[in-house]
Design a protein around this ligand. Structure first.
Ligand code: NAD
Length: 235
């Protein structure tokens, strides 16, 4: 059965995505050949994006973060747009994403569980005042609040727990789904990758450029670019 036929038969389809969903928007992922992990850094990106590094080397953290993670120029691609259209049409329940770029919302998706937070939310650690991503980009060096407090992006750094409410919503949505489309993720980042084990529905589909350890468990594996694959399906 094709993905199109599965979508036509489904009543509660759900999408679970990772960094590969945004590569067609020009944002590099982590583990592809041209991903951030294959570029040479003195300190590995996993270390820079950790809680400990944020507090100990805040200036260095922000240098990397502004250059590599704050991709405010990026626009939604065919995958983001198709998923938003399917939600609007009642075909898709929503999206669970490991991405922090906000591109699903920019495309018009309403139900989005951002497991790892968003670059678009930033807050002062002292007084809680909120700041936009543009305000973080505008400030030079370490961004500070008008009260003098340090501003932290609302993204889940390595060593930090996921937000409980987001996790609860995502798990409930996975349990309800009858069709789960997993795409653009190496399924190596935990606990996010472990969420697939909550799926009790009928069909599990994986769209990914590279092989993953979960391929054998899927009912359908599509080896391709998620924007091209979804963009070609008209329901
Ligand atoms: P990953 O880098 O580990 O894996 C990406 C996977 O997507 C790879 O298997 C690759 O083959 C595949 N891929 C790349 N482009 C694709 C495309 N166009 N179509 C289909 N498949 C494609 O990414 P991950 O599993 O999401 O884990 C990385 C972590 O880094 C995530 O937790 C995420 O929060 C974070 N991250 C986010 C962004 C973002 O917000 N855009 C970017 C980089 C990393």
């Amino acid at each position: 059965m094709t993905l199109k036929e599965m979508l036509q038969q489904s009543r509660r389809a759900l999408f679970f995505g990772g960094a590969g969903v945004s590569t067609e928007s020009g944002i590099p992922d982590f583990r592809s050949q041209d991903g951030l992990y294959s570029q040479k850094y003195d300190v590995p990106p996993e270390t820079i994006l950790s809680r400990e590094y944020f507090y100990r080397h805040t200036g260095e953290f922000y240098r990397f973060y502004r250059e590599k993670m704050l991709a405010l120029w990026a626009k939604p691609n065919a995958a983001h747009k198709k998923l938003a259209a399917w939600e609007q049409a009642g075909i898709l329940q929503g999206v669970i994403t490991q991405n922090i770029d906000g591109l699903h919302q920019a495309a018009g998706s309403k139900t989005v569980f951002e497991l790892h937070g968003s670059v678009h939310r930033n807050y002062c650690l002292k007084c809680g005042r909120r700041y936009s991503a543009e305000q973080i980009l505008e400030q030079e060096g370490v961004p500070h609040c008008t009260c003098g407090g340090l501003i932290k992006p609302d993204v889940v750094l390595y060593g930090e727990p996921l937000d409980e409410e987001t996790v609860g919503g995502a798990v409930a949505a996975i349990r309800r789904a009858d069709l789960l489309i997993v795409a653009g993720t190496s399924l190596t980042v935990y606990p996010a990758a472990g969420f697939l084990s909550y799926f009790r529905g009928e069909r599990l589909v994986l769209i990914n450029r590279d092989e993953t350890a979960f391929d054998a468990q899927c009912d359908l594996v599509i080896r391709g670019k998620v924007g091209e694959v979804l963009g070609d399906i008209d329901l």
